[in-house]
Design a protein around this ligand. Structure first.
Ligand SMILES: [Zn+2]
Ligand SMILES: [Zn+2]
Length: 419
């Protein structure tokens, strides 16, 4: 019988013959040195957007605003005619340290903020942007997969105490009452029973409420392709159905002041969603990794990987969607951004589409003006505190509701409190 010999291999020497992951976890720390991929794109997580066209000029010959290399919270004011779109989460259901699930933030020059989806792991990035928390009270949900709504408890808890007004959540109804956004919100509030009761009397309770704005997910037809679901302050948001397994999955198109963006959540590519997003400044569409890489990297049977990929959009199909929608900038998101996945995705997109494209990373910032679209990465504080709330003149501090008297900790336990 042969004896196994135990040998100690220095970690770095493993690189020959092992998968092309980073040499050590150190390599994935932000910011990494910005080397480029073979095809000339920046490597992920190095502080540069994954694109070769970080500036897209819309109006030639005009004086173009210049921006600092990185977006730093609280150091830039939006112009009155400007829109800023920030990737809060660019990833998938497996929440990665460098890539949370799905969430997007849209800020407008009129002072409005809109969140689109609040997937698992996304709140830390949102929090780090140092936005006055009371401003973050409008969430539009594309569908109820947890990688798009799994962060809602964090969102509720992190932001609610300072907002002191309800969180408003928009979304579609489903084919059954329990499949719509109203039922989801009701159930979220039910699981929050202990949480909410325990905080009553300690902090103001106005921010603990969530209000669902459910629109009819069954109303759409070829004759009625979209519905206006938000219309305030010159901002119009339309919803339209997307092909993502069940009724109730929607995309949104936001229009304000001649600027526009569309976000379709998850979807199998359709001509319909492309047409609904036609001509927008920024079209954010999912981009899924190819089945062989997905299977290999996740140690998953190829057939299962194919089943998942078939519910999503591959890179060549994303190019086809963009070639119909013709956005000024196409954004691929919901992608596994690794050093070795970027080039094949761009090559496949380029096989069907020649316009400007970026692959999203968490905390990518896109500034949109009538003249240009500029992409950068944000640098934010890993240990940031809440942004100061803007206080209006004469604004009173909220009154606290009375604390609950029933169901308190057993008195004999409380009697032993250390003084
Ligand atoms: Zn998803
Ligand atoms: Zn989904």
């Amino acid at each position: 019988m042969k004896m196994k010999t135990l040998s100690i291999i220095p970690l770095l020497s493993l690189s020959a013959g092992t998968p092309a992951l980073a040499e050590t976890p150190e390599d994935y720390r932000f910011p990494r040195e910005c080397t480029t991929t073979e095809a000339g794109y920046p490597v992920p997580l190095c502080g540069k957007p994954l694109t070769k066209t970080p500036i897209v000029v819309k109006q030639q010959g005009t004086q173009l605003k210049s921006y600092p290399e990185h977006f730093i919270p609280e150091q830039e004011t939006l112009a009155a005619n400007e829109m800023r779109i920030t990737t809060i989460g660019s990833g998938n259901p497996p929440v990665r340290r460098g890539q949370a699930s799905t969430s997007w933030l849209v800020e407008l020059g009129n002072g409005d903020y809109f969140m689109f989806d609040a997937g698992g792991g996304t709140v830390p990035a949102l929090w780090s942007l140092r936005i006055p928390l009371a401003m973050l009270d409008k969430l539009f949900v594309t569908h109820l997969h947890f990688d798009h709504v799994g962060g809602i408890l964090n969102l509720w808890d992190s932001m609610g105490w300072a907002r002191n007004t309800p969180l408003h959540v928009w979304g579609a109804s489903g084919s059954l009452p329990e499949l719509g956004i109203a039922a989801f919100v009701e159930n979220v509030q039910k699981v929050g029973a202990w949480h909410t009761k325990s905080k009553t009397g300690v902090i103001a309770s106005g921010g603990m409420k969530i209000v669902a704005h459910e629109f009819d997910g069954m109303q759409f037809s070829p004759e009625k392709p979209r519905a206006l679901v938000y219309d305030e302050n010159d901002v119009k948001i339309y919803a339209f159905p997307v092909d993502h397994i069940l009724i109730g999955a929607v995309g949104y198109r936001l229009e304000w002041n001649g600027l526009s963006m569309a976000f379709t959540g998850d979807s199998v590519p359709t001509k319909f969603e492309a047409e609904q997003s036609k001509g927008v400044d920024v079209f954010i569409h999912e981009l899924f990794i190819d089945a062989p890489t997905f299977a290999e990297r996740n140690s998953m049977p190829l057939q299962i990987a194919k089943n998942v990929v078939n519910e999503h959009t591959t890179a060549d199909m994303l190019g086809r969607v963009f070639s119909i929608a013709k956005p000024t900038l196409g954004v691929g998101t919901h992608f596994f951004t690794n050093d070795y996945t970027v080039d094949p995705a761009f090559a496949d997109i380029a096989s069907t589409y020649g316009g400007p494209v970026v692959i999203a990373q968490d905390l990518m910032v896109i500034n949109v003006t009538p003249e240009q679209i500029v992409m950068r990465m944000a640098k934010t504080d890993l240990l940031s505190w809440a942004a100061p709330a803007p206080r209006k003149k004469g604004q009173k501090r909220p009154k606290l509701d009375p604390a609950p008297t029933d169901g308190r900790t057993q008195s004999w336990v409380m009697d032993t409190r250390l003084k």
